[in-house]
Design a protein around this ligand. Structure first.
Ligand SMILES: *Cc1c(COP(=O)(O)O)cnc(C)c1O
Length: 372
């Protein structure tokens, strides 16, 4: 058996080492170092935003975004059930009510056509979370938000370098967030960023990131914040990564297309959509969904692939089924059959930037044996 192929391995062979050495040589390792603002400016420019606020991870970026919008008790926020828990944490903690939407069975993103029926006088915001490789269909979502006076939070963690109708993801809505975890298209080890054109929201986020110290009277606080600061070391990595984003995105697309070529003839598998009328898939991860008639479920398939040396990850476990929320009495009557099925039948295969052509072929031929 060949060596194990991990589900993700990042590429760190650009200027990462050089910029990190610069941090160490100059002694700038905290959040006060110069790479932080350089990275913020470069990243914000890349997605066409006025402000970028670097933070310690993508979850923190979402927490701060929700808090900066003043979302709290009595408010409702509409978001997909098929997502990571990071999206919903601060909504629940703040005392607001999350309202969940089922997925589109083809793109796996939240089904925008289901949103309008969920809007009430209490609705404050819609969170658009781009999932796995294709963006949410933003035009109808932004139109709804505009007509009903709702804020839009865009979670573009998985869509760095992706576009919606030609404009960069991370550039839509009132406030957007990204993550720089090692499986994302730009990594800082741990890291994230908040993006906005709104000066007040940006100022609020800068405050929330830094314990809400008052600019004029340090150690005097009018609001509760967090310490969410990104270090100069992380930003140094991020800047080096960002320099190669176009190359990384092109590579992800090629990898995805190659997988599709090799896997398309395996019966009983739904592969990622190559494109919609608003975007070409960027294949942040390459997901597979087993047809209902397939004898294996996702768990069985992942077990067999793992035994054959192929790393996999399950799809998201829907938010409405999470024990932590069910225990609190949330989502007791929710049923979202598309998302529930995606979890039961879906998983993803190795998709990291360091994956070689040879490894892609090994993954595909192993999948053919195991899943046929
Ligand atoms: C990765 C991810 C996050 C969380 O980012 P962390 O940096 O791991 O906290 C949030 N939302 C989505 C959609 C993600 O993929």
């Amino acid at each position: 058996m060949s060596v194990f192929i991990p589900v993700n391995e990042p590429l760190l062979n650009g200027n990462e080492k050089k910029y990190l050495a610069e941090c160490i040589d100059t002694g700038w390792i905290s959040s006060e170092g110069p790479f932080v603002s350089r990275f913020e400016q470069a990243f914000a420019a890349r997605v066409g935003r006025r402000h970028g606020i670097a933070v310690c991870n993508g979850t923190a970026a979402l927490d701060a975004a929700v808090e900066a919008l003043g979302i709290g008790p009595g408010d409702e926020v509409i978001l997909p059930t098929f997502t990571i828990i990071s999206c919903i944490n601060q909504i629940v903690r703040s005392g607001a009510t999350p309202i969940l939407v089922d997925s589109d069975p083809d793109t796996w993103n939240l089904d925008v056509s289901r949103i309008e029926a969920l809007i009430t006088p209490r609705t404050r915001a819609i969170m658009a979370v781009h999932i796995y490789g294709l963006p949410v269909d933003l035009d109808p979502l932004l139109d709804l938000a505009h007509r009903h006076g709702l804020k839009v939070i865009e979670d573009a963690a998985e869509m760095i370098g992706q576009t919606y109708r030609g404009s960069p993801c991370g550039g839509f809505g009132d406030i957007s967030t990204v993550s720089f975890y090692p499986n994302k298209h730009v990594t800082t080890g741990e890291g994230g960023m908040i993006l906005t054109d709104d000066d007040d929201l940006a100022e609020a986020c800068r405050g929330l990131r830094n314990l809400c110290f008052l600019p004029r009277q340090r150690f005097v606080h009018e609001r509760l914040g967090w310490n969410l600061r990104m270090t100069n070391l992380q930003a140094a990595l991020g800047l080096a990564q960002l320099e190669r984003l176009d190359e990384f995105v092109a590579r992800k697309r090629l990898m995805g297309q190659r997988y599709t070529q090799l896997l398309a003839t395996i019966p009983g598998l739904q592969l990622p959509l190559a494109q919609t009328d608003y975007a070409d898939n960027v294949y942040w991860v390459y997901g597979l969904v087993l047809d209902d008639a397939h004898p294996l479920d996702a768990e069985g398939a992942m077990q067999r692939l793992g035994a054959a040396g192929i790393g996999t990850r399950p799809f998201f476990y829907p938010m409405h089924q999470q024990p932590v929320f069910r225990e609190r009495g949330l989502f007791a009557t929710d049923s979202h059959p598309v998302a529930e099925r995606l979890y039961r039948r879906g998983f993803y295969i190795p998709s990291g930037l360091a994956l070689t052509e040879e490894q892609i072929e090994t993954v595909a031929s192993t999948a053919r044996t195991v899943l046929a």
